[in-house]
Design a binder for this molecule. Structure first.
Ligand SMILES: *[C@@H]1O[C@H](CO)[C@@H](O)[C@H](O)[C@H]1NC(C)=O
Ligand SMILES: *[C@@H]1O[C@H](CO)[C@@H](O)[C@H](O)[C@H]1NC(C)=O
Ligand SMILES: *[C@@H]1O[C@H](CO)[C@@H](O)[C@H](O)[C@H]1NC(C)=O
Ligand SMILES: *[C@@H]1O[C@H](CO)[C@@H](O)[C@H](O)[C@H]1NC(C)=O
Length: 160
């Protein structure tokens, strides 16, 4: 039973060690995202076009979209809706000759800059840094849970 107790302590420590790297960057992201959301409510047509183009570009590309949904703390469903809304809204803005004359073709800007950002490890306001941790976390946890199950059953077998 002593062994079992020691294992439990070890397992909790491992779990904490794995969980902590994700919690800290997420807290920073919340602050940054709140600031961008408030600025979009301003009625500047170029800013709106720019935001729509940037978000639509992310929504259209599977790679960007996956990275964005993974990094954003808002949640996958509201974000998917937001990206989809931008994708629906953009074609009208892209085709608006007057808006494009006033602001420049921000659709083109968004497409080139999203690619530039991505090569630098940035999707929208998020870095893709830390993503491998998130992706690796699942299988690692599964593996650890598997080990725990085996160890626990072994303890019971030996205890009997
Ligand atoms: C959209 O992306 C462009 C290019 O990176 C950037 O200059 C612009 O500020 C972005 N627009 C918004 C609303 O974040
Ligand atoms: C802006 O650029 C896109 C392609 O990046 C093009 O399809 C669209 O026609 C352009 N809009 C205008 C008004 O020139
Ligand atoms: C998505 O973006 C990546 C990186 O810029 C690019 O290699 C890929 O071709 C894009 N995919 C689509 C479907 O446009
Ligand atoms: C590119 O990265 C900058 C800085 O993080 C960001 O402000 C901008 O919105 C990004 N542009 C696009 C098109 O995602």
């Amino acid at each position: 039973m002593q062994l079992f107790a020691n294992l439990l302590v070890l397992v909790s420590a491992l779990h904490l060690a794995l969980a902590s790297p994700e919690i800290i960057p997420a807290a920073g992201l919340v602050v940054r995202q709140t600031t961008t959301t408030t600025t979009t409510t301003q009625a500047d047509p170029c800013r709106d076009y720019s935001m729509t183009a940037n978000m639509s570009t992310i929504g259209t590309n599977i790679t960007y979209r996956a990275a964005f949904l993974k990094k954003s703390p808002v949640g996958t469903i509201p974000n998917s809706r937001m990206l989809n809304a931008a994708m629906l809204k953009l074609p009208k803005l892209t085709a608006d000759v007057q808006l494009n004359a006033q602001c420049g073709n921000l659709t083109t800007v968004a497409i080139t800059e999203a690619a530039n950002n991505f090569t630098k490890g940035i999707v929208a306001q998020f870095t893709t840094e830390g993503l491998p941790v998130g992706i690796r976390n699942g299988p690692v946890i599964l593996f650890i849970v598997g080990i725990i199950s085996i160890l626990c059953s072994a303890v019971w077998v030996f205890a009997e």
